[in-house]
Design a protein around this ligand. Structure first.
Ligand code: NAP
Length: 270
């Protein structure tokens, strides 16, 4: 399969209006994908991203959907909207997420804050993954691989976090959800492998996005953390997006169930 034929399936990204999700949409288009389903709470942000993608490649078609990923009905409506327009979903990226707020230790964390993070990050990712798997199981294995591997039905990447494998004293709820995503990913990687669906996760390190800028405004101090990352710098959203798009794409036909840390080496620092 030549590069010209690469990434001709339909991509779906949640949290696509900002940060890593927006960068992922751009990277899909750079790799040749021209049909994208974009979901986010922020509809105006999605409209902006859809215009940016069109400016990059006039052949790009997008379906943009206002969605709260913690709502079962809204997640199903997101997948339905994509399938109605494009007939399938091949590359799915479950990226929408929020941080712990307030940043406090467990004894001070209100139940409502725990519930909010779990609802969006874990229940949301699971609802999306289930809806995507239901759709992928209905569609033919039509994605040609570059590797000679059998054609595949689709692939999913769940966005976890470095905090899925490490932690910090004030991100307990967030860390719990991101570790949960790893378990969910490994389970479905096993469960759907023989059906031609791959499921992997990406664990970003510290990436300067609007989410992080908001936590800095609320008082979070990342200076020491960034100083302890071996590469001594913030990650760019595009560096996460490259890993995500590689993993859902046909180049990665034998990669299934991995937790790919993209963090500049921080996971190895004690
Ligand atoms: P971001 O810039 O805040 O982007 C997240 C997007 O998701 C926003 O547009 C947000 O909309 C949307 N969103 C939030 N809750 C949603 C919901 N319930 N339903 C649908 N959309 C929702 O954040 P980011 O840094 O790119 O984060 C993306 C993912 O990467 C998250 O899962 C995050 O946990 C993970 N991650 C980030 C970092 C990092 O350093 N940035 C590190 C590790 C993991 P609103 O703006 O309207 O809320």
């Amino acid at each position: 399969m030549s590069q010209e034929n690469y990434m001709k399936g339909v991509a779906l990204i949640t949290g696509a209006a900002s940060g890593i999700g927006r960068a992922t949409a751009h990277t899909f288009v750079k790799e040749g994908c021209s049909r994208l389903v974009l979901g986010d709470l922020d509809y105006t942000g999605l409209q902006r991203v859809a215009e940016e993608l069109k400016a990059r490649n006039a052949a790009v078609r997008t379906v943009i959907v206002s969605v709260d990923v913690s709502s079962e009905e809204q997640v199903e409506a997101l997948i339905d909207a994509g399938v109605q327009e494009f007939g399938a979903v091949h590359y799915a990226v479950n990226n929408a997420g929020i941080t712990s707020n307030p940043r406090v230790r467990t004894h001070e964390l209100p139940t409502s804050s725990w519930d909010q993070v779990v609802d969006v990050n874990l229940r949301g990712a699971w609802l999306c993954e289930r809806a995507e798997l239901r759709q992928m199981m209905k569609q033919e294995a039509e994605l040609k691989t570059r590797t000679g591997a059998p054609q595949q039905r689709g692939a999913i990447v769940n966005i976890s976090s470095l905090f899925g494998v490490m932690s910090h004293p004030t991100v307990g709820a967030y860390s719990a959800t991101k570790a949960g995503i790893l378990g969910m990913t490994r389970t479905d990687a096993l469960a759907y492998a023989a059906d031609g669906v791959r499921v992997n996760s990406v664990l970003p390190g510290f990436v300067k996005t609007p989410m992080v800028e908001e936590s800095i405004r609320r008082g979070a101090n990342y200076e020491e953390l960034i100083g302890s990352v071996p590469v001594r710098r913030w990650g760019h959203p595009e560096e996460i997006a490259e890993a995500v798009v590689f993993l859902v794409g046909e180049k990665a036909s034998l990669i299934n169930g991995v937790s790919l840390v993209v963090d500049g080496g921080k996971q190895f620092v004690a």
